[in-house]
Design a protein around this ligand. Structure first.
Ligand SMILES: Cc1cc2nc3c(=O)[nH]c(=O)nc-3n(C[C@H](O)[C@H](O)[C@H](O)COP(=O)(O)O)c2cc1C
Length: 385
């Protein structure tokens, strides 16, 4: 699409997504918890980091390949798991996974994805990970794992920053639910975006596609049922149980300090994923880039460190890699692309970030990801330490 090609950066894709989607759907992607302090902080603290360059290096060959938690990737970043992609564009999870595979990168599917893992596997043979929560009903967890394994998903991400749902105030303001309910307010919002509405009503209903046993008669709807499954009694013992259930690498997603990083190693995790859920959970959380060095130190090479939160530019990816992340996950950056133009929009988001990454590597005099070190970054004073 010519319009997508004109998007110069992720901020342009964000504006295109905003124009194409109902306000309530755009806000579900764009928003964070309460006053959105952690959401803004993730971005602002990344921007405050300074990159250093070395002059007069031979940068004729730039190599962006990276192995992330054992999976080889053409790029040092991956698709972070996000819920219900078909709500944003009818290409949904399959479109995102195809765009990721086209770029040679890893796709991670949310446990509350709106496409079955079998259909995603049919859409692309590319490398795929599955994200899970330890739900109250452990049978439901086992069902998700068995299906993901059979469909060829190779690794798991256990998300641990959602003991309860975060307080995202844009959603009740917009009367937004998944799936969206028709009211005077939401109908007007949806009707003013006819292309989006047409594709929503002409494709299968949005539901958590990977759980056949989810009851359809829960009073809070399907997502109400999922919310009721968040188990307040889950501890590291349950993380250890999950690691045992899966024959393959498990990353624990939602780590923000050294003690939790060490606990991940103790329960047998292969990956420690620094994340605050994109500022959608604890509203006053520290910026993830400020907690990354402490986690990298605590892990001390015993596991892969994955980073996410606030990545909107190639330079953000380079900053996290230089500070010790093995891989960097992107959330909103690809969702803006999905909202702007489906699979082609996600491909454009990946292209923008990888072009920025390659250009900045050249500008810094770095030709391989492994050559990035903390010396390439000047950290601003850390307000969270
Ligand atoms: C709309 C949306 C839905 C999300 N859904 C999930 C989810 O189902 N599971 C999960 O582990 N993380 C989820 N996340 C968090 C992302 O995986 C990731 O941690 C976060 O988006 C990173 O921050 P960024 O958006 O600033 O890149 C979601 C994020 C967004 C924006």
């Amino acid at each position: 699409m010519a319009a997508l090609a004109r998007a110069r950066n992720i901020a342009d894709l964000r504006l295109m997504a905003k124009a194409r989607m109902p306000r309530m759907v755009f806000d579900y992607i764009d928003g964070g918890a309460e006053d959105e302090i952690a959401l803004r902080r993730n971005v602002q603290r990344l921007e405050a980091h300074i990159l250093n360059w070395s002059a007069l290096r031979d940068i004729a060959q730039i190599d962006t390949t990276r192995t992330i938690m054992g999976a080889p990737s053409a790029l040092p970043f991956l698709i972070s798991p996000t819920a219900a992609s078909r709500l944003f564009h009818h290409h949904g999870e399959s479109g995102v996974a195809r765009a990721a595979a086209g770029a040679g990168m890893i796709y991670a599917c949310s446990t509350i994805g709106s496409t079955t893992v079998e259909d995603i596997a049919k859409a692309t043979p590319g490398p795929k990970w599955f994200q899970v929560y330890v739900f109250k009903d452990r049978g439901l967890v086992r069902e998700g794992l068995a299906r993901a394994k059979a469909a060829g998903f190779t690794a798991l991400a256990l998300t641990v920053d959602v003991p309860v749902a975060g307080n995202r105030e844009r959603d009740p303001k917009n009367r937004f639910t998944i799936p969206p309910k028709v009211s005077a307010h939401t109908a007007l919002d949806a009707l003013s975006h006819p292309a989006w509405l047409f594709s929503l009503v002409t494709t299968p209903p949005i539901r958590p596609a990977n759980f056949d046993t989810v009851p359809t008669d829960h009073p809070g709807g399907i997502m109400g049922f999922i919310d009721s499954q968040f188990d307040r009694t889950v501890t590291w013992k349950d993380a250890a149980w999950l690691v045992e259930q899966w024959d393959g690498p498990v990353a624990i997603k939602g780590v923000s300090n050294a003690a939790d990083a060490r606990a991940c190693i103790d329960v047998g995790a292969r990956g420690v994923w620094v994340s605050n859920h994109g500022g959608r959970q604890l509203a006053r959380a520290a910026a993830t880039i400020d907690t990354l060095p402490e986690v990298v130190d605590a892990v001390a090479g015993r596991a892969s460190v994955i980073f996410d939160g606030g990545v909107r530019r190639g330079s953000d990816i380079l900053t996290a890699l230089a500070l010790g992340a093995e891989g960097v996950a992107i959330g909103r950056s690809y969702l803006y692309g999905l909202g702007a133009g489906g699979e082609a929009g996600v491909a454009r988001a990946i292209e923008i970030l990888s072009t920025e990454l390659r250009r900045d590597m050249a500008l810094m005099g770095v030709t391989k990801i492994a050559d990035l070190t903390p010396a390439h970054v000047r950290r601003p004073a850390n307000p969270s330490s």
